[in-house]
Design a protein around this ligand. Structure first.
Ligand SMILES: Cc1ncc(COP(=O)(O)O)c(C=O)c1O
Length: 484
């Protein structure tokens, strides 16, 4: 399988990105002479772009001599097209100079309002490090062998208690399977509910890239359901052919930031019961609520219809790769089997450290601490926006680590995002996350979890400067469109 990331937030078109990725691999001999390329359909599915883009790129590489077509066989890397360039691009944005082997930093936007990045500077290193040492020294020898696919009982037991108390999730530890993040949990749910054919999944629109990629890669058919500033609109769920499941992010929808009201939660459950489908609840950002009382989980309303997915990526760190699925009892055995096939089990040592971290109260303390820090970061962003962009409407700021800024009369096209980047600020157009285009053109997402208050304050000033300057600098011809 061939896969590489494409970034819809970049000013560079998807066609150029796919072309560059393939050309680089051929030049660097990563795709070797005579290697067969995947079919355009396969590559389009794995990268998450349209097939036309791949066809266009293949045509261009053929014309330039990098590829050759062998009739009735396929497309191959042509002889003599490898060439060791001086610098090999690395996927993380650094480059390696071939001569020295030392990484060379590529210039990055100075202030990046990327969402879903927790505050890495506040990872509880001391407590985690102490527990890691204790677990490693004192855990029984069996910890160092293979374990069951469902994960450590210690972690599942403490997690079940936490989820009941904090989120109103009703389950036994036996209903929890520990996964490599929510990403794997969602992937395995798709396999579980596909039943020998591609799943039909009702998905909030707009939604995260990760979700779309996970589901489309599994070959699923996505049915977009519109979202407003409170979350999914259950009245817009498909009236005809039912989906196999509906995926929702009810605590703090990504990207629009809504918290789903109880009336809509009930509507969702009623729809699922009536049509005999399931609801997959991704409880993204639920720990960080700043206004009002956190709404309890959908799972608590109907544990038999809802598969609940969670992660420690946002509270602690995405590098842990620990998430989980809470399943109706009848699905547990199949899900355990799928987890075994995927990667056998998640690291036991990390799970045991996390279990102790939770049991000994560090987890609750860490959440309380982070809530204060994110609240401060959020206040800095909101007050900066009110001061420097008073015409902006702010959405989804009552929870989580990101919010949405709506600017009346502005369309955040690629050219406009690029103009803002010139000012040293990276923001993300909501349209980038949309399946049905044209509903959110005047909105951007701003994540603040991973930025200091100083960076946030400076970033908002720069953003306001770029906005004020843009009409004059860009003009409507390159995309800064003023409507009404
Ligand atoms: C909707 C959603 N849920 C959860 C996550 C967390 O994924 P993971 O737990 O695999 O790090 C992401 C990733 O950004 C996401 O987009």
């Amino acid at each position: 399988m061939l896969w590489f990331p494409v970034d819809r937030a970049l000013a560079t078109s998807l066609t150029v990105q796919v072309y560059e990725q393939l050309r680089q691999r051929i030049m660097l001999n990563e795709l070797v002479e005579g290697a067969r390329l995947p079919s355009s359909r396969e590559l389009a599915a794995s990268v998450g772009v349209s097939r036309n883009i791949v066809l266009e790129v293949y045509d261009r590489l053929l014309a330039e001599g990098y590829l050759e077509v062998r009739p009735q066989s396929g497309t191959y890397v042509a002889a003599g097209s490898a060439f060791l360039a001086a610098e090999a691009a690395q996927p993380d944005g650094t480059t390696f100079a071939a001569a020295t082997g030392k990484p060379v930093e590529r210039p990055k936007p100075a202030i990046d309002f990327r969402a879903a990045h927790p505050a890495a500077d506040y990872f509880p290193r001391a407590a985690w490090g102490r527990l890691a040492k204790e677990v490693c020294l004192h855990t029984p020898e069996r910890t160092f062998g293979y374990a069951g696919p469902e994960g450590s009982y210690e972690l599942r037991a403490v997690l079940a208690r936490y989820l009941l108390q904090a989120r109103g999730v009703r389950c036994h530890p036996e209903q929890i399977v520990i996964t490599s993040g929510a990403t794997q949990a969602l992937h395995l749910v798709t396999e579980l509910l596909s039943r020998d054919r591609p799943a039909r999944i009702a998905v909030e629109d707009p939604v995260t890239d990760e979700m779309r990629t996970i589901f489309t890669y599994a070959g699923a058919q996505l049915v977009p359901v519109p979202v407003d500033d409170k979350g999914i609109l259950p009245d817009m769920l498909p009236a005809g052919e039912r989906p196999d499941f509906i995926v929702v992010i009810p605590s703090h929808q990504f990207p629009l930031g809504g918290t789903l009201p109880i009336q809509r939660r009930i509507q969702l459950i009623e729809y699922a019961r009536r049509t005999d489908c399931y609801i997959v609840e991704d409880d993204y950002d639920s720990e960080f609520t700043y206004e009002g009382v956190p709404v309890h989980s959908l799972q608590g309303l109907d544990p038999d219809r809802v598969i609940y997915v969670g992660t420690f990526s946002k509270i602690l760190s995405p590098s842990l790769r620990i998430g989980y699925a809470v399943l109706p009892a009848r699905f547990v055995e199949d899900y355990r089997r799928l987890k075994w096939f995927a990667d056998r089990h998640t690291s036991t040592l990390e799970q045991l450290i996390l279990a102790r971290f939770m049991e000994e109260g560090f987890f609750d303390r860490h959440i309380r601490r982070m809530r204060k820090i994110y609240r401060k970061r959020r206040e800095t962003l909101v007050s900066g926006l009110r001061k420097h962009l008073p015409q902006a409407r702010i959405l989804g700021e009552s929870a989580g680590m990101h919010l949405v800024v709506e600017l009346p009369g502005v369309a955040f096209t690629e050219a406009v995002i690029a103009r803002i980047r010139e000012e040293g600020v990276q923001v993300y157009a909501v349209e980038h996350y949309a399946m049905v285009r044209g509903r959110h053109e005047n909105r951007i997402v701003m994540g603040y979890g991973g930025l200091t208050v100083e960076a946030i304050a400076e970033g908002v000033e720069r953003l306001a400067r770029a906005v004020a300057d843009s009409e004059y600098r860009l003009g409507p011809s390159i995309g800064w469109t003023f409507t009404n």
